[in-house]
Design a protein around this ligand. Structure first.
Ligand code: FAD
Length: 288
């Protein structure tokens, strides 16, 4: 199928993109890598009247270390982040998740911010942003504002952006010295969308003592969700086999997963418990 007709705009800077958004508001969509937007337009699920293609906004293409974070501009391709030494060293959870996002060809075009703005509940990058408590820099011709991951994701394919706003940058905190992170997912096909997945980041103090745990699950709701009961159980505890089993059982009990053509809710519930246990065992191995 072909998309419905639309007006095509190609700004050269973020500022120009913002003034086009101010002019066209809810009639417009930002086009980044096009890996989700174009199929949705071809199927006529989305029919924006105006497309604002940011691919010439070179001021949005960067990955840099800044104030204890790695800042990723709206035009940073998933593939560039995947092979970035800075990301590998400073944001290992993002580096671990990126190879799971689609296929090499989709990552060459698809952007990190586009995947976050798309807010797919089974997208890998929203769960990474949630587990790391990434900060989202939102721009419009009214200025800039910053929100956390929990504020950014509203529900399936819905974020907190107003019609005249764009996601200009996402900031991932640099990994602390005594932290360990793990990304795991289960899918029906090796390169398919996940059935369920988990991004976790655990901070340890002395030995195996867990001082902070953040677990973000994919496939357990209409957006990526923090497993807060499991986090509370783990914090202040010494990680060992018993607490890990308890955490897995709690995740299975608490999860309210999606029930769809790809997997039943009961299956996803079991998978979530197993992923929690597997991820925590890896954290423990690293701590040892
Ligand atoms: C074969 C294939 C397999 C895939 N598998 C996966 C997978 O396993 N996991 C996964 O997570 N994704 C998967 N995807 C989707 C892919 O990761 C997309 O790249 C991503 O969802 C969107 O990024 P994009 O840059 O292509 O955004 P686009 O498609 O250009 O835009 C997506 C949406 O976000 C909005 N948007 C984009 N950038 C901004 C911005 N800066 N500010 C405001 N709004 C913005 C657009 O208006 C649109 O609504 C797959 C895609 C393909 C083609």
């Amino acid at each position: 199928m072909k998309p419905a007709s639309f007006k095509y705009c190609r700004p050269d800077s973020a500022e120009e993109a913002c003034s086009l958004l101010r002019e066209h508001g809810a009639d417009a969509r930002v086009l980044a890598g096009g890996q989700s937007l174009v199929p949705l337009m071809n199927m006529r699920i989305l029919q924006p009247r105006v497309l604002i293609d940011i691919n010439r906004c070179s001021d949005l293409a960067y990955l840099r270390e800044e104030d204890g974070t790695v800042a990723c501009g709206a035009l940073t391709r998933q593939g560039d982040a995947e092979f970035s030494a800075l990301v590998a060293e400073q944001v290992p959870l993002l580096a671990a998740a990126l190879p799971h996002v689609g296929v090499r060809a989709s990552r060459n075009f698809g952007t990190v911010c586009g995947s976050l703005a798309h807010a797919d509940p089974l997208g890998e990058l929203p769960s990474v942003a949630m587990a790391l408590d990434a900060r989202f820099v939102i721009a419009s011709s009214r200025g800039k504002r910053e929100v956390g991951a929990e504020e950014f994701f509203i529900s399936a394919l819905t974020n907190c952006l107003a019609p005249d706003e764009m996601l200009a940058e996402v900031r991932f905190p640099v990994a602390r010295a005594r932290s360990a992170s793990v990304f795991l997912e289960i899918s029906n096909r090796a390169h398919g969308f996940a059935v369920a997945g988990l991004a976790i980041c655990v901070e340890m103090s002395e030995g195996r003592h867990c001082s902070q745990a953040r677990l973000a699950a994919m496939g357990t709701g209409d957006t990526t969700t923090r497993l807060k009961e499991v986090e509370t159980l783990l914090e202040g505890q010494t990680l060992d086999g018993a607490i890990i089993d308890e955490a897995g059982a709690l995740a299975t009990r608490m999860a309210e997963p999606l029930d769809d053509v790809h997997a039943s809710a009961a299956y996803r519930r079991q998978v979530m418990g197993s992923l929690v246990k597997r991820a925590l065992r890896r954290v423990l191995e690293r701590a040892s």
